[in-house]
Design a protein around this ligand. Structure first.
Ligand code: PMP
Length: 360
C-alpha cells in the first residue's frame, strides 16, 4: 500500500483505521449482506451507526442532556444562513468576530437575512485573533459568532470570548475535537466534517436544547433546526455513508484516548513544525503572531514565490502532498488535523530542513 502524507486543508487525511474498517465492511456490513450505503436509513443497523456517532460526539465533548447533536447537509456554508434564520428575531441583530474570509462569509450571509454587526476584527491582515478585551458585544445581540480556527490564515482562538448573557456560537469546521474545551459554554457549535472528523457530506451541529426552543420554526422545514432535532436528524434521508465514516473516525479518536490524548499529539506536531519554521528565519517565515498560531493549519512563506512553487512540487515528489497555500493568499500551508500522524509531520520537517539547506 502506498499512502502518502496528505496535508490538504479539506477534504483532508482520515485515520487509516477508519478507512480500513470501511474497506473491510464495504461490501458486507453488520451481517446485513449489503453495504451501509445500500441499507435503509430506517433500518436498525443504520440507526445504531447514526445514534452511535451522535453519542460519541457528546461523550467526547463531555456533554449531557442539555445539548443535542444534529447531522445536517449543505456544509458549514449553509450554517452561515441557517443560524440567523433560526435565531435572529424580527428587528434583531447578531454579532460577529471577523478573523478572515470564513467569518466574513458568515456575516455577509447573515446580512442577507437580518442585521449583522462586527463585534471585533483582526484585519486587515488577519495574522492574529482579537483578544477578549477587544471584543465588544452588543448586549442585545441574538448571538456572538466566532470562527474558532481560520483555515486560510492559520490563526486559532486559544481562549474563547465570554459574551456574558449573549449566546455563544462557533464555526469549528477546521478544529472541531482537536482538544478538550468547555463545550457547555456554547449555545451552538457547527462543523463541516471534512477536515477533522470525516468525509464531506455531513455537518455536525451541537446545540443547547434550551436555546433550540427559541428557534424560529416559520421557515422551510429543512432549514429549521427544530425539524432535525425533532426527528433525530432522520427527517429526510441523511448522508448515511458520511455519518458512518464519522462514527469510525470518532471511534478511533476515543480508542486513542479521547480529546486529552489528541491535544497532546496535536501540540507535539504543531510545536515541531513551528520550531522548524522559526529555526530557519532566513528561509521560512510564519506570518501569524505566536499566541494566535493554529495547531491545525500551519501557514508559512519562503523567500520568493518561485521557491514556494518549487517547495510544493519537490515535496509532492517526496510523497508530501497538498502544501500549497489557499489560492486567495498564496504561500504554503500544512494542514495537520487530528488524523495526521506525527510521522507525517516528522517527514515534512525533515524535508523542510533539507530543502532550506539545498536552496537557502
Ligand atoms: N468555515 C470554515 C472555517 C472553513 O474552513 C470552511 C471550509 N474550508 C467553511 C466554513 C465552509 O465549509 P463547507 O465547504 O463545508 O461549506
Amino acid at each position: 500500500m502506498a499512502r502518502i502524507w496528505n496535508f490538504y486543508a479539506g477534504p483532508a487525511t482520515l485515520p487509516l483505521a477508519a478507512l480500513v474498517r470501511a474497506r473491510d465492511e464495504l461490501v458486507e456490513w453488520a451481517g446485513t449482506g449489503m453495504s451501509v450505503m445500500e441499507t435503509s436509513h430506517r433500518s436498525k443497523e443504520y440507526e445504531e451507526v447514526h445514534r452511535g456517532a451522535m453519542s460519541l460526539i457528546k461523550e467526547l465533548l463531555g456533554l449531557g442532556d442539555e445539548h443535542e447533536v444534529l447531522f445536517v447537509q449543505g456544509g458549514a456554508s449553509l450554517q452561515f444562513a441557517m443560524l440567523p434564520m433560526n435565531f435572529v428575531p424580527p428587528g434583531g441583530s447578531a454579532d460577529y468576530v471577523i478573523t478572515g474570509s470564513w467569518a466574513k462569509k458568515a456575516l455577509d450571509e447573515a446580512k442577507l437575512i437580518a442585521a449583522g454587526r462586527v463585534a471585533a476584527t483582526a484585519g486587515p491582515d488577519f495574522t492574529r485573533v482579537p483578544s477578549r478585551a477587544e471584543i465588544e458585544v452588543d448586549p442585545n445581540a441574538a448571538y456572538l459568532h466566532v470562527t474558532s480556527n481560520n483555515t486560510i490564515k492559520g490563526t486559532q482562538f486559544h481562549h474563547f470570548p465570554d459574551p456574558g448573557n449573549v449566546p455563544l456560537v462557533a464555526d469549528m469546521s477546521s478544529d472541531f475535537l482537536w482538544r478538550p474545551f468547555d463545550a457547555g459554554r456554547f449555545d451552538l457549535i457547527y462543523a463541516g466534517a471534512q477536515k477533522n472528523v470525516g468525509p464531506a457530506g455531513v455537518t455536525i451541529v451541537v446545540i443547547r436544547k434550551s436555546w433550540l426552543e427559541r428557534a424560529n420554526t416559520a421557515i422551510p422545514s429543512m432549514l429549521a433546526y427544530r425539524t432535525h432535532a425533532d426527528n433525530d436528524s432522520l427527517y429526510n434521508t441523511p448522508p448515511s455513508f458520511s455519518i458512518y465514516m464519522v462514527r469510525n473516525v470518532l471511534q478511533w479518536l476515543k480508542e486513542l484516548g479521547g480529546l486529552s490524548a489528541m491535544e497532546q499529539r496535536n501540540r507535539a506536531k504543531g510545536d515541531l513544525l513551528y520550531a522548524a519554521i522559526d529555526g530557519r528565519p532566513d528561509f521560512y517565515r510564519c506570518p501569524v503572531e505566536v499566541a494566535s498560531r493554529s495547531y491545525m493549519n500551519v501557514v508559512f512563506r519562503l523567500p520568493t514565490e518561485q521557491l514556494e512553487a518549487k517547495f510544493v512540487a519537490d515535496a509532492e515528489a517526496r510523497g508530501l502532498v497538498g502544501l500549497k497555500g489557499h489560492r486567495s493568499v498564496g504561500g504554503c500551508r500544512a494542514s495537520i488535523y487530528n488524523a495526521m500522524e506525527p510521522a507525517g509531520v516528522e517527514a515534512l520537517v525533515g524535508f523542510m530542513e533539507e530543502f532550506a539547506r539545498s536552496q537557502g
